[in-house]
Design a protein around this ligand. Structure first.
Ligand code: TYM
Length: 336
């Protein structure tokens, strides 16, 4: 039996941060040799909120370069840009026509983002999860490695696939494969440095709320120095009323590569003044090789373009085959 397939992506909006890395990309890297992997830069999703056309292309390349810098290996992975493959938009339309409107109105992320935007909410923002379903279903993905916040979107993807199969599958044959989320326990929800009850997010107006993968050692030092803590001495993972404590210890554990028990023992009698330099050091050390590799890749634009061209060719063949299968099931004629 062949390897199971993985599909995932990150939006090229703003800077990628520790949440994107620990919740998603580092898990892709860790498991890559076990799977047949497709990773896209989801630039069509990036325009579901108002965007700046003069930075979209650059951010798309930066995100792809970060995929490589974080350790994705082309021996195991196809890396491509979502908008380079028309099948993503076309399958979205077909899925739109079988997806009940109230399924989309229920989506937590839509509700949160819509509140922030007031009058300016686009149809695209509401439709965001259907485009994400198309991304996943086009590649017959078995698993979708993401952070906790994307779980509801994957459940919706499954519901849409089941509906297509029920309505258009024939003789017990399904049209679309039903994917599973792959969400790691630790790091699936990295919290803001300003508030341990809110998710670390690219759209938070405060730069101090997140550590970006390309932050300099000085910036990392400043952000950790200023991050929110509490007045209690002795640090532990298991005190729900201390969300910042749990978040910062988890960051330290994941970035230093230490086991949970080891960190718990090391930090149980520490105060914040002792802990913060440790976290700063671990963060700088974990990001250093990523930043070095990023610089090499981004300086070699021709290389990056060749990676994305090859990725597009490989991904397009798979995506077009699925699109044809769905169109045939829906009753479309094959183009002459
Ligand atoms: P995006 O760009 O918002 O997030 C990319 C990935 O990072 C994870 N993530 C986090 N994980 C832990 N803690 C955080 N604070 C945190 N913030 C973000 C997200 O869960 C995600 O895995 N809708 C997707 C993009 C997408 C996609 C897809 C993903 C579009 N099509 C198909 C998988 C499959 C998103 O949230 O992007």
């Amino acid at each position: 039996m062949g390897k199971q397939r993985i599909l995932s992506g990150v939006q090229p909006t703003g800077n990628l941060h520790l949440g994107n890395y620990l919740g998603a990309i580092s898990n892709w890297v860790e498991a890559q040799s076990q799977y047949d992997n497709f990773f896209c830069v989801v630039d069509l999703h990036a325009i579901t909120v108002p965007h700046n056309p003069s930075t979209l292309k650059e951010n798309t390349y930066k995100t792809a370069a970060l995929y490589l810098a974080c350790g994705l290996d082309l021996e195991h992975c196809k890396i491509f840009v979502q908008s380079h493959i028309c099948a993503h938009s076309e399958l979205t339309w077909l899925l739109n026509c079988v997806t009940p409107l109230n399924w989309l109105e229920r989506m937590i992320q839509f509700k949160e983002k819509a509140v922030k935007q007031g009058e300016n909410v686009s149809v695209g923002l509401l439709d965001y999860p259907v485009l994400m379903a198309a991304d996943i279903l086009l590649y017959d993905a078995d698993k979708v490695p993401v952070g906790e916040d994307q779980k509801q979107h994957i459940e919706l993807t499954r519901d849409i696939a089941v509906r297509i199969n029920d309505q258009f599958g024939s003789k017990g044959e399904s049209v679309l494969k039903i994917p599973e989320p792959l969400i790691r326990k630790e790091g699936a929800r990295v919290m803001s440095l300003n508030d341990g009850t809110r998710k670390m997010s690219k759209s938070d107006p405060s730069e101090l709320s997140r550590i970006n993968l390309l932050d300099s050692p000085e910036e990392i030092n400043k952000k950790i120095k200023r991050c929110k803590t509490d007045p209690i001495k002795g640090l532990s993972f298991d005190e729900p009323e201390r969300p910042e404590c749990n978040n910062l210890l988890t960051l330290y554990m994941l970035l230093s590569g230490k086991q949970k028990q080891e960190v718990a023992a090391q930090c149980q009698d520490m105060g914040w003044g002792q802990f913060k330099p440790l976290l700063t050091e671990a963060t700088i050390e974990a990001l250093k090789p990523i930043q070095q590799k990023y610089q090499e890749v981004i300086d070699e634009k021709g290389y990056l373009e060749s990676v994305l061209r090859k990725g597009r060719q490989q991904a397009e063949a798979v995506a077009n085959a699925t699109l044809s299968r769905v169109k045939t099931a829906l009753g479309y004629s094959v183009p002459l």
